[in-house]
Design a protein around this ligand. Structure first.
Ligand code: PLP
Length: 370
């Protein structure tokens, strides 16, 4: 088959980045990074200019999520993956329950299952592409939920469960989906998804109960310093991180949050993602060869769309052809192994570009089959 298909220039999206993380960084933000913000690059994270940046980031996040009195923004290095290890040491007392619906939720559960100082976690599992609910249990002190399972494109509601603190992996959801802070104790994420920045940082929005839990757990057992959320909290309160952060990551993230706040905040950003995803899913439903992977409509992610192709269409070949035309990172999650495209539709992505993408896919498939 000829993979040298050329998509007409006027059909292409204005920006071809549809990755689910890392994801599109707005060209304007990169321009500002190298102009207005360039003098802060290469300066100390213990001095006023960078600390003011961290302070502003914390303020803007509190504003974006409407954090109630007593909630704190905590940040550190290593991304959401490192935070899983930190939660194992600094947060779970004895036993946690995990909703496991894909690769990312499974990985956190594996970290906990392997921790010798913790009990075997309770798992609530569901087949890939479907959702599951946590169940109240007298055996656990933490419920680990996931707001958006990036590997499958399934989203779940965030709500409290009796008897434990609610910890939510919102790595790909935060900033693109609505959430009520009263429903969580820890809501954590990385900046390279909805926040259109670079990786390497984790951010956790923590309730008062979460802050108390960190204090009690970290005073009762050995905790490696880089995984000590108590130390992260002390540093965050001083507008710093425990060790050196990537300044460009902070600057780009702040830029994106300020852009969201000016445009209308979290509700606006969530509506924008919904506009993009509605376009994608309705196209797939109309398509003779594509179908949304997630059958249950209410569980279809507004930020990461997974679209199955029937056997007549070679999805990996479509992704390769798109890539040659500058439309990148539409490949499905590597371990899912489906004949699928996965489309990141974070707030930075223009809804009109999602529409253009669907037309490009139709063009490529039509031309492949000529
Ligand atoms: C991307 C992602 C992670 C991992 O984030 P890192 O910053 O790479 O550590 C964890 N959970 C979810 C749901 C993700 O989408």
């Amino acid at each position: 088959m000829d993979e040298n298909i050329v998509i007409p220039q006027d059909m292409l999206p204005h920006d071809g980045r549809f990755g689910s993380g890392p994801s599109k960084v707005p060209p304007q933000a990169l321009h500002e990074l190298t102009h207005e913000h360039s003098s802060v690059m290469g300066t100390s994270h213990r001095q006023a200019p960078v600390r003011a940046l961290v302070a502003r980031l914390k303020e803007c996040l509190a504003d974006l999520f409407g954090l109630p009195e007593g909630y704190e923004v905590v940040l550190g290095l290593g991304g959401a993956t490192l935070l899983w290890d930190a939660l194992a040491f600094s947060f779970i007392e004895n036993r946690s329950q995990h909703v496991v619906i894909g690769e990312f939720s499974a990985r956190f559960a594996e970290v906990i299952a392997a921790a010798p100082h913790l009990a075997t976690p309770e798992l609530i599992e569901a087949p890939l592409g479907t959702a599951a609910d946590p169940r109240a249990s007298s055996e656990v002190d933490v419920y680990a939920l996931i707001h958006n399972e990036t590997s499958t494109g399934v989203c779940l509601p965030v709500h409290r469960v009796d008897g434990g603190l609610v910890v939510v992996d919102a790595t790909s959801a935060a900033g693109g989906m609505w959430v009520d802070p009263l429903e969580f104790d820890v809501y954590y994420f990385s900046p390279q998804k909805c926040f259109a920045s670079d990786g390497g940082l984790w951010v956790a929005l923590c309730s008062e109960a979460a802050v108390e839990r960190i204090a009690s757990v970290t005073s009762g057992r050995y905790v490696p310093p880089s995984l000590d959320l108590g130390l992260a909290l002390v540093n965050s309160r001083k507008d710093q991180t425990y060790n050196t952060p990537a300044l460009a990551t902070l600057i780009l993230m702040l830029n994106q949050i300020e852009w969201m706040l000016v445009a209308g905040g979290l509700a606006w950003a969530a509506a924008r993602c919904l506009e993009s995803s509605s376009c994608l899913y309705s196209w797939a439903e109309r398509s003779p060869y594509a179908t949304p992977f997630v059958a249950q409509e209410s569980a279809r992610s507004p930020v990461v769309g997974t679209i199955d192709f029937d056997d007549s269409v070679d999805a990996p070949a479509v992704a390769r052809i798109l890539r040659r035309n500058g439309i990148v990172d539409t490949e499905p999650y590597r371990k899912l192994g489906r004949n699928q495209l996965r489309i990141g539709m974070y707030p930075a992505v223009e809804p009109s570009d999602v529409e253009r993408l669907t037309r490009c896919v139709d063009f490529v498939v039509g031309t492949m089959h000529e």
